[in-house]
Design a binder for this molecule. Sequence first.
Ligand code: A5P
Length: 238
Amino acid sequence: LELDQKAALKQASAEAAVKSSVGPGCRLGLGTGSTAAFAIEKVAGLYNSGKLEGLLVFPTSLSTEWACRRFGLPVTTLNDPKLKGELDVTIDGADEIDPNLNLIKGGGGALLLEKIAARAAKRFVVIADESKLQPHLGTGFPLPLEVALPAVSYVLQRLEKLGGEGRVRMGVKKAGPVITDSGNLLVDVTFEKAIDPLEMESNLLRIPGILETGLFVDFVYEAWIGGLDGNVKLISRT
Ligand code: A5P
């Protein structure tokens, strides 16, 4: 897909999702990445024209927080007593989506807060262009993990035993590794063969030092997929 074309599909999916799931008084989690950026813009348009009174936004990264603030959106944290640790809706992109609506996320390195926002929400809504749909997870887009610094070598050798090869994500225009918004490292893992998302998730979370994984298994509420035919397809959890 041409870049422009892809952006148009991302925008269409983001706008459809916002229109259908965000209303006045909404406690809204907003994701990170180029597709989520279109959702932020759409929410801002509605908010700034007075259509989303009482909105509260929990951003999933510094990047999203800054975008929200530029648009004048009412940003808060999940610890805000008004949220009670709960969100009505979280809207976010994905790096890969399998036919059961399981995801790989974390290409933008925001997986820890993204997973918290996704789980804290009554409805977790995914937005993407159709190139994100994949028959299975694990062999295409490398799976990101958020890892505590002192555990990184230990985690890399444990990953080998699970058939994965991990690489510490390195900075661009910055010497050394990427440090996440929460102060940890990222390890991107490629697997020899397709993984069982649920089983892999529980194996990974048993390894101390892995703080969170980019596997989002079994809790997507619905996905809005921008297709090349010009339509946005709604896939609901069955
Ligand atoms: C950020 O950490 C990711 O989980 C993003 O949601 C994911 O990388 C999708 O990004 P794009 O919408 O830019 O493809």
